[in-house]
Design a protein around this ligand. Structure first.
Ligand SMILES: [Zn+2]
Length: 168
């Protein structure tokens, strides 16, 4: 088996977090914060459960890391790993928390993430170095499998209802 790079190893931890969300019926997106070669916080998307627009995996992981360090400013050298390209809110939170490096897996298909623009804008006088495509296939199949499954369920539900109606 091919040895994983350190980035892939930490992305695997983010994938495990995403799967925790998946088991709870959430869109599977996971994130971890890494400091001194250790995962110090993790999070997964909990939007459905909490019914909060801000309950993204990255926000959960960053909040936990801030609590751990008792500081909104994360220590120098903190990295964030997330299975999907971050949205503008989460990219903003990374900059606010002074994340130094951000690695994401799957690319956002709809091109609405503004990741490059935000990373280069030097907002808050801080730059976060961004690398995309770490374990890209594994991260994106996690999502596509989820949506295929969801569509299948919706279709079955529709057919079930149709059958019920024809019975009458
Ligand atoms: Zn987000």
């Amino acid at each position: 088996m091919k040895r994983l790079t350190r980035e892939e190893k930490f992305m695997k931890a983010a994938i495990r977090a995403a799967k925790r969300g998946l088991r709870q019926g959430e869109v599977p997106i996971g994130a971890v914060v890494v400091y001194e070669e250790k995962v110090v916080a993790s999070g997964y998307n909990r939007r459905a459960k909490l019914q909060l627009a801000s309950a993204h995996a990255e926000m959960m992981a960053i909040d936990r890391a801030c609590k751990k360090f008792r500081s909104w400013r994360l220590p120098e050298g903190c990295e964030l790993y997330v299975t999907l390209e971050p949205c503008p809110m989460c990219m903003g939170a990374s900059l606010n928390a002074r994340v130094d490096k951000l690695y994401f897996g799957a690319y956002e298909q709809k091109g609405r993430s503004l990741t490059e623009e935000l990373a280069a804008a030097n907002l808050l006088n801080h730059k976060t170095e961004v690398t995309g495509g770490v374990l890209k296939e594994e991260c994106s199949s996690l999502l596509t499998d989820f949506f295929v499954e969801m569509r299948k369920k919706t279709k079955e539900e529709k057919e079930r209802k149709k059958e019920e109606n024809t019975d009458e």
